[in-house]
Design a protein around this ligand. Structure first.
Ligand SMILES: [Zn+2]
Length: 507
């Protein structure tokens, strides 16, 4: 009997059509909110706002509030749909700049609908006037339009846009990164939804469990992210939003997701990887948060609740950015005082952890004991000195092109020069057996050799005293998990064309 039930539950969890809450669970844990939401999806009984509906929604707001809202297209999706970035608020005389994004994963609709809800209320609600008077706000409401139109996570070519923020294989990734960097926010929040039912969870509880959290916070524990950025994220933005969620009885936690390794399940907490937005933007020295709302696979169940949660978070973060703009600015200024060392390799703290989850059979919360790999508690394993410049030989323009997309300023040598540099020598190299985004990663170990080398006029140099220089660290050092070598942007034999300059001379 038990095995039959497990089989049924396995199918329940894995079939996307029915991998959602039972009426019992919705009623007990996620009752919907009785509020009116103005985005086009709520004018229909089924489906979500499509691209055409979003554009006419935005156009009618621009017509009604020409002084308060504008938008521009930052590029086109793979299927040729133009991606709007919406500007609201004071674009000239502001206290802080905030950028929001929704719909980077096309099957996470509360994010896009929540952005449209926010845009509407910023224009129409008098109680939000202080926000638009004092903040400069940019919003990309539907980042992955092709995916959203099909309610599919991926871009049209099947790639995950939130794993593409160092390799830039997709035009959308490039347009979005350029537009956000050009806007240069103090706070960047990327809104998502997460999947509350996972195959892994069928192993827990009586016959499986599901996540109870309406909202989960994902921010970076990457050790190259400035401590001041991490601190202001936790002490102000996360701290201030929690009581607002509590007020509506919305449950929250730091983002935790299950992973498989060697037939056992563990949980990851926090973000460390620069291929994804939370860490990528934090490395560019702005406060960066990725929000996960409980929603993937739920279709329109508890949908008002999910969209309202997104809106509430977005609203709260705007208020914090305004109220604590001094602390926000100071943290960013402190982040630009770079430390002496960079971290090449780290390990996550591992510990036991008790997670309260909903037993789907018993319809009640039960404690689940799990192994936690804590990305917010990392310790360094390999360190290197932070160079004053990276020097990149002129054949590797693919590297400097990608660094420019990441928002780095690149210079060149004005004349031929012999410089004492550190260069990399590869001591081991293999390909990952697993396919990721259509390629096999290069797993590299290198050592540093000192050499005097003649560099030609026109050789690229990357000054490391600039705001986004931590992204050069994360992409150029050969061992980095989201680096250019790891991700086949360059071949292992090309690494000897990248050098580290540690002398104090200005180039
Ligand atoms: Zn997502």
């Amino acid at each position: 009997m038990r095995s039959v039930l497990i089989l049924i539950l396995f199918l329940f969890f894995t079939t996307s059509y029915i991998s959602q809450d039972s009426k019992k669970i919705t009623k007990s844990f996620f009752p919907d909110f009785d509020i009116e939401i103005p985005s086009p999806a709520f004018k229909k009984n089924k489906g979500f706002t499509n691209y055409k509906e979003m554009m006419s929604f935005l156009d009618s707001l621009v017509k009604d509030y020409p002084n308060d809202i504008s938008y521009r297209f930052i590029g086109s999706s793979q299927k040729g749909k133009k991606i709007p970035m919406v500007y609201i608020g004071n674009q000239t005389n502001y206290l802080a700049k905030v950028c929001y994004m929704g719909g980077l994963h096309g099957n996470e609709p509360a994010s896009s609908e929540g952005m449209l809800f926010l845009i509407h209320n910023l224009l129409k609600e008098d109680s939000l006037r202080h926000l638009k008077e004092n903040l400069s706000i940019a919003i990309i409401p539907m980042a992955n339009i092709d995916g959203y139109e099909k309610q599919d996570r991926y871009a049209a070519n099947g790639q995950d846009l939130n794993r593409d923020q160092t390799k830039f294989s997709n035009p959308e990734s490039i347009y979005i990164k350029r537009a956000v960097n050009e806007f240069s926010p103090d706070l960047m929040v990327d809104f998502h939804e997460y999947k509350p039912y996972r195959v892994d969870f069928v192993n827990f509880g009586e016959f499986g469990v599901t996540q109870q959290y309406d909202a989960m916070f994902l921010y970076s524990g990457n050790l190259n992210v400035s401590k001041s950025i991490r601190k202001v994220t936790e002490d102000y933005f996360i701290t201030q939003v929690k009581p607002k969620l509590d007020y509506y009885d919305l449950k929250h936690h730091n983002y935790i997701s299950s992973k498989h390794k060697n037939n056992s399940i563990y949980f990851n907490l926090g973000s460390v990887s620069s291929r994804s937005s939370a860490t990528s933007y934090a490395l560019s020295n702005c406060v960066s948060i990725l929000m996960e709302i409980r929603g993937v696979g739920l279709k329109r169940t508890s949908f008002n609740r999910r969209v309202f949660t997104t809106y509430l978070l977005a609203n709260s973060y705007l208020n914090t950015a305004l109220k604590n703009y001094n602390e926000l600015k100071l943290a960013i200024k402190q982040a630009n005082q770079f430390p002496e060392d960079i971290i090449i390799k780290y390990k996550k703290q591992k510990s036991g952890y008790t997670l309260n989850m909903i037993d789907v059979y018993e319809n009640k919360l039960i404690p689940i004991n799990v192994t936690l790999h804590n990305g917010l508690e990392c310790s360094p394993v390999i360190k290197r000195k932070r160079p004053n410049y990276y020097i990149i030989e002129s054949e590797l323009s693919i590297v400097t092109d990608k660094l420019a997309i990441l928002g780095l300023d690149i210079d060149t040598l004005n004349y031929d020069e012999v410089l004492e540099v550190e260069s990399y020598k590869i001591i081991s190299s293999k390909k990952s057996p697993v396919l990721f985004q259509g390629f096999h990663e290069n797993i590299i170990k290198s050592e540093i050799i000192l050499e005097n080398k003649l560099f030609k006029k026109g050789t690229f140099i990357v000054p490391m005293n600039q705001k986004r220089s931590n992204l050069a660290v994360e992409t150029l050092e050969p061992e980095m998990l989201s680096g250019f070598l790891r991700f086949n942007v360059i071949k292992p034999e090309s690494i000897n064309k990248i050098h580290r300059y540690l002398q104090n001379k200005q180039l």
